[in-house]
Ligand binder design. Sequence first.
Ligand code: SAM
Length: 317
Amino acid sequence: MKRILQRYEAGEAAGHAMMPETLAGFIDLPGNDFNNLIQQLPPKVEDGLDHSGEDGEGRDSFAATIGGTFYDRLLPNESLHFAISMHSLHWISQVTDPSSPLYNKGRCWILGGDLAITQQFAQQSQRDWHKFLNSRAAEMVPGGIVLAYLLSREDPVHPENQTNLERRHRYMAGPDFENTWNDLIAQGVITAETRDAFNLPIYCPSKEEVESAVAKCGAFDMQCVEWSDDSDLFPEHERLRLLQYPHKFATFYSAWVRAMVGPIMEAHMGLQATNEWFVLHERRMVARATSLFSNPKGQQEYKFLSATFLLVVLKRK
Ligand SMILES: C[S@@+](CC[C@H](N)C(=O)[O-])C[C@H]1O[C@@H](n2cnc3c(N)ncnc32)[C@H](O)[C@@H]1O
């Protein structure tokens, strides 16, 4: 976004182009707290005072919130010039229940799980990509750009390998996550059925799956599709420093997991059971960091908060 603005500003300075007025639409599911988001938008002018309404001038960028799923139409035909989707397109649309073929008994996520169920997730992901791309194709002007940044996996053949074997432990929903549910069941806080009914609707597509979805849609030219390790989420020296303090690390890491999935856990099993889940999770994370204490190689490899991401840039034909 900054680069686009810089290009316009440079053009304007050279007398070539006027800065166009822009409307940014922030999209999330209807349950999202849009008030919080709107309150964080920067003030219109640098002095922080609201000069609106004086002469109807003075603002060239506007913001709106749009509550709805991006797997459906959200905007009028040919009204969208630029779309950015960050860290979101790996969330598939279906919520699983016991009658669904995506129901994942015995675990919460598909990492290392049952191949048949994982293949159902793969099919759901393809259906979702189809809906996402066709909706954006209708909404975009010719030449419009979609930029998406999402979790991806390197193994093109086995969808159960949502990440490589040696990276499993660093994923939010890796073994520590699954085992905390076992701990909660062992303590009698919830039943195994309650755990079985909690399924994370996340699917990390391979590069090939994304390319195939784009080709099937046919409305976009692929400008770029490349992997990146998202290590910037947490700087390397901070990560290694935090691992020296297992309790601090555990508090930080559990809070991060809670920010990601706490609300859907609370909706599923209530606040009290969720609080107890996070106490047990924190305990596991203390043990995880302690086990790496005199193991510098293990600490190097334990790159928590880093994952394989795919950057996809599409241009509407
Ligand atoms: C991990 S957050 C990423 C938020 C933000 N884009 C960022 O990078 O910080 C994923 C967001 O996607 C939203 N989301 C998931 N599925 C969605 C859907 N089908 N339609 C719209 N938003 C969705 C979730 O509610 C959540 O706010």
